[in-house]
Write a protein that binds this ligand. Structure first.
Ligand code: ADP
Ligand code: MG
Length: 280
């Protein structure tokens, strides 16, 4: 029964030569001479989504949030694994969920190479695998003093199906220094770049695209890049149809600042916290 389910909804021919063996055996096999990038994300019913999302959109979104992490590194998507915990195997639900999932997977030629299917409260975990040219990655720790700071898209729209900025981010590998995807809110996610790079930033609140920028779940990119590549980055964004805003710059002085009447004023870091009410 479980094997029929996997074969019916989650088994498809491979699209990548790097995938030597997809799902159906004890492990999947990947062969590559590039750097591999891994990330994993879980969506739990009641915590990350409710019945208001359709199974199609849920399938799309579960992969989109993972693709957003690959984009934040500048990695090229190759494959993913799907761990599905289901209260009961419902044909209509599985058919819609897998259609949503593969609609996005196919647009990036990704293979579903394995997973796990169990019974229990609805939860979806996807582990994603991407590739990077050797020695390249948009690491959080790589921002430099004097870098411009950018954000893609419009923040705070609460889109159910966000657009992972995969191709734009791959092109940024040669133009930008550091990047993060905005999942918990702009100031909080940006503060991770600043902490990792041991630097600060001046932000111009008026230039942030969208008024609810600390709401989180945008899955847009925040990145830093040297002034020398500003024109190339703007041309790239226009060519790829990616909305892009320059929102500030990186400074030596730690912290997140705005300038009011010529004075540095520290900004509070806001955003979503996973264990706000607990002791963890
Ligand atoms: P094992 O007993 O080795 O853990 P399983 O019985 O869990 O293997 O799975 C059998 C095969 O089906 C494996 O190749 C596994 O990766 C794949 N698989 C299981 N669940 C899924 C899923 N939801 N999507 C894709 N592949 C899956
Ligand atoms: Mg096994």
């Amino acid at each position: 029964m479980e094997f029929d389910l996997i074969h019916k909804y989650f088994h498809r021919p491979s699209k990548n030569p790097q995938v030597l063996l997809g799902n159906g055996d004890d492990c999947a096999l990947i062969q590559t001479n590039q750097t591999l990038a891994f990330s994993i994300d879980t969506l739990v019913y009641g915590t990350h989504f409710t019945d208001s999302i359709s199974p199609f959109d849920l399938g799309y979104r579960a992969l989109a949030v993972n693709l957003s992490d690959l984009a934040a590194m500048g990695a090229k998507p190759v494959a993913f694994l799907l761990a599905l915990t289901l209260p009961n195997p419902d044909d209509v639900w599985l058919s819609e969920f897998s259609r949503g999932l593969f609609s996005l997977a196919d647009s990036f030629s990704m293979d579903l190479i394995g997973g796990n299917t169990t019974q229990g409260p609805l939860a979806i975990t996807i582990q994603i695998i991407g590739t990077l040219p050797q020695g390249k990655a948009l690491k959080r720790s790589n921002a430099k003093t004097g870098d411009d700071m950018y954000v893609t898209g419009i923040l705070g729209l609460g889109l159910v199906k966000p657009t992972p900025r995969i191709l734009f981010a791959q092109a940024l590998l040669d133009l930008a220094h550091a990047a993060i995807d905005i999942s918990d809110g702009l100031t909080q996610d940006l503060s991770h770049i600043l902490a990792a790079s041991k630097l600060g930033a001046v932000i111009d609140l008026h230039k942030i695209p969208g008024s609810h920028f600390d709401q989180g779940e945008d899955y847009e990119l925040c990145f830093t890049a040297p002034k020398a590549t500003a024109t190339a980055i703007e041309t790239l964004a226009t060519t790829m149809n990616v909305p892009l805003s320059k929102i500030g710059h990186i400074i030596e002085k730690p912290g997140l600042w705005q300038i009011e009447n010529g004075q540095y004023v520290k900004l509070p870091i806001k955003g979503y916290q996973h264990f706000r009410e607990s002791a963890i």
